[in-house]
Design a binder for this molecule. Sequence first.
Ligand SMILES: NC(=O)c1ccc[n+]([C@@H]2O[C@H](COP(=O)([O-])OP(=O)(O)OC[C@H]3O[C@@H](n4cnc5c(N)ncnc54)[C@H](OP(=O)(O)O)[C@@H]3O)[C@@H](O)[C@H]2O)c1
Length: 236
Amino acid sequence: MRPRVAINAAMSLDGRLSLNTGEQTRISSDEDMARVKRLRAWADAILVGVGTVVSDDPRLTRADGVLRVVLDTHGRTPEGALVMRAPPSTLIATGPDARVNAPVGVEVRRYPLDADGHVDLVPLLEDLGAMGVQRLLVEGGGGVIWSFLRSGLFDELTVFVADMVIGGRATSLAMGEGAFSLDEAVRLRSADITRIEGGFVLRYSPPEQGGPSAGRSAGPAPGDARPGAHGDGKRV
Ligand SMILES: NC(=O)c1ccc[n+]([C@@H]2O[C@H](COP(=O)([O-])OP(=O)(O)OC[C@H]3O[C@@H](n4cnc5c(N)ncnc54)[C@H](OP(=O)(O)O)[C@@H]3O)[C@@H](O)[C@H]2O)c1
């Protein structure tokens, strides 16, 4: 059974995840950072794409350690990246032919490719489930979020929409190929909206929770944006 998958991101009102320079920027307010911290406490594993590792070099750590997962088809994760530093442990999920010089504490697992030539999420999630991961937090970036949304392999999407506009061509919430017709657009069910410092937190579910495309997931729901949620890993 696949883990329960929560996607989280912070974006500007116009859907941008970063500045036009591509450099890391903090879109979240202090209150939103506290919400993200609670969400991380809920998760057994945190996943990002190699694009985020290359541009932001995130640490993705938590005081008690959490499994970090990087989607990296061709083994582009830089040797000096912070996710390569142990502890905690890191899983680099690659395609069948990638070569990665992984230090101790970093595991490389190879997966088949999907139709777009990226790591196929279905066997990866099955594998994570078999490893005991029940709750997976997907933290971006735009390419990875698109893949999870399009495949229906998620249980919740939470977005902090900051009171700001970035404009230009900066990475957006969902990149990838995108939809070319309304039929291809990913439909969502809005669950709730919460006003917090610096913006709104929007929470969505897939249209058919547990439907055939979503597959079955295990573990409790990530919860909501209210203070106190996620703190003990339970929905409030
Ligand atoms: N504001 C926020 O909340 C937030 C959070 C995270 C990131 N960001 C921003 O987002 C930007 C990075 O986003 P990005 O879209 O460029 O990169 P990304 O989504 O982090 O990574 C995309 C890359 O992951 C690899 N990948 C492997 N398997 C994949 C799969 N199944 N689906 C999709 N990708 C897969 C692909 O590269 P290969 O083909 O080489 O494997 C792909 O190009 C940065 O500017 C960062 O600052 C913002």
